[in-house]
Design a protein around this ligand. Sequence first.
Ligand code: C2E
Ligand code: MG
Ligand code: MG
Length: 702
Amino acid sequence: MDNYDNIDELTGLYNLNGILSHLQSHDKSAADSSSVIIYLNVMNFKAFNQRYGFVGGNEFLRGLAGEIKGLFPEELIARTAGDQFIILANSLDEKEITDRLTMLSEASTKHDKGLRLHIKAGIYQEAGDEADPVIMIDRAKTACDDIIRVYDKSINFYDEALSKKNELRQYVIDNFENAFENRYFKVYYQKEVRALTGKVCGYEALARWQDPVMGIISPLIFIEVLEEVHLIHKLDLCIIEMVCKDLRDDIDSGYAVEPVSVNLSQLDFELCDIMVEIDKCRDKYDIPVDLIHVEVTESALSFGADFLDQQIRKFRDAGYEVWMDDFGSGYSSLNNLKNFDIDVLKIDMDFLRTFDTNKKTQVILAMIVNMAKELGIHTLAEGVETKEQYEFLRRIGCEKLQGYLFGKPMPVDDFDRAVDCSSGVCEDFSLAPYYDRIGEVNFLGNTPLRDKSFEVFNNLPLAIIELQDEIAQCIFANRAYLDYLSTLGYASLSESNSVYGTTNHPDVMEFTVSLKRAADSPDHRSVSDIVTNGNAVNHKIRFLGEGGGRKAFAVVSRNNSIHEENDTAESLRVAMAHVFNQYFRVDLFDEDGTVDNIFLNADQKSVSDITRDSKEAVRLYSEYYIYPEDKERFKKFYDITTVRDRIKDTENEYVVDYYRSATPGDDGRMQMYMILPFYYNGRWKFISLCRYADEIKDDVWK
Ligand code: C2E
Ligand code: MG
Ligand code: MG
């Protein structure tokens, strides 16, 4: 039997002829032993060939053939077409088949040059009633074809359900011409609901085949067939015509009118000028463009990206909304978001199927909505079936919902217009743009008030800080944190790091203490308010872990003094004004020898407007306002260069002294002068406060 006609030259395996003649002879000789047919198809092989050429492609096929032989040494193996293989086994159970195919899938990665060629397998187990062994191959292939579009399934056994589906499919193939002729195709409508208001804001048109023999046939079966025979555009235009007709009825009826989204197949774009056809239909029934939205599926988008990009653009330029259907169910969802400009993302209902059972589902849904909003795309969740799902989707800001919770698809005749199309149930369509604006707000984002800029930005000032040998150093700061540092007077991260790395001033020490407190606390957290460079700063700290003698912390810091909208800052400002009022003047000295008057509530000159030189200003001030006998003492007291040394000798954080006033009318009244140093912006500053001290009796000094 092994003559050259039966052998595949490339791999040395059998070819189709070879396996068929074997099956036929096997059928005769061993009718009672049950055979298993495994049909293998390599996905994306075309792409591999394009990338690595035929030589590279052949190399892969030879490599794969070798792996199959290794894993199925007892079995008969054939390559029947380009990237399709058949394994004929005599008796292998399901588990063994699954295990070996899983190993094959892993082994194939040795040859696919990193391109990840998925291998799909359909398996048919002989029942004994097959008239012709070719049927066995057909059924294995059917099982394989059945999962070609199911991206997370690579092994499929032919079973009863598949057999029924296959029968129905055959019926569809035999009868679709009839169906068009006899108008078996009908349109069903399913509600789309605005999550925010709970009102109906549109419908999706879904095709049904109402067959006198088979009953209602699902689009899941006939769409594929119609695509294969290139008649899908005929169906879609038929649906669109019915939709336009129904919309015209709605408009004329005076009831609420809502937009309808129609499903397009990728082939529609190739088989006709689909937009021109839709326009014609709209013209015929005089339907405005914003009442028809078009849905394209992700899988449709993954072919010929440039072409579809143009088509989508054409629709959008003409005023149609383009919706991406079944988002998340395909291979390259995220790429599609990048490559196409679309209006609405319909999130695939597969996500909601695991809403209750898989905790990750909610996170993924939230992230999809979050991402869509950051990209300026609206969202609709398909397949909403429970109140909990509704509540969750509303909370994360998903704008529109569709699913059995709100209603199954129904024919127009089943709608009770007086109720279903009343203004209590339906949204006023003219408000759609208004609600769309609201829908743009990202409830999950932390910059909900900013315009969309496609910039990745976290409003929360976040830093990662390491503590080693008592020295805190920031190893990461996001942009908001850098902004926060600049409010403290630090121009860069390295500037703040150098202050935190070298100085021992009180702000830094207090901060280090807060870090340590987080590390030592049972929940690894601490919160503290620290006055830093004159600002009231709030730090929320979380200890992350330690290694190599270092401890790491995540820190969120806020400068409460500059956030005007912040209650604390406002209270601080008011309190400050009252504190100042206790004094008749407040001046600010700098270690560089300058002075500024910052508050004055007395019949005095500010002096710093005459000179900013602190020594000269002090001299002038004492000339004007200090009692002659106290002048020398006063000037010594205001020698800023010695203030910090003088403080060291006391238990206070300031120096204070009393001088009699020479201001006319004061009559030698006693005054208190106080100097308080603080560290700000990399330097020492000195606040000088003056008030009357009538409690001090003149005779104390005598
Ligand atoms: P699709 O566009 O994603 O439509 C949503 C499908 O989910 C519909 O199935 C709908 O009946 C079903 N569905 C809606 N809510 C729920 C729910 O809460 N739970 C569950 N389990 N299912 C729900 P249907 O009508 O069988 O349509 C299947 C697919 O066939 C559609 O998926 C669409 O891709 C395609 N299709 C339908 N009508 C047309 C058409 O006129 N033209 C084209 N090209 N494709 C169509
Ligand atoms: Mg759809
Ligand atoms: Mg869908």
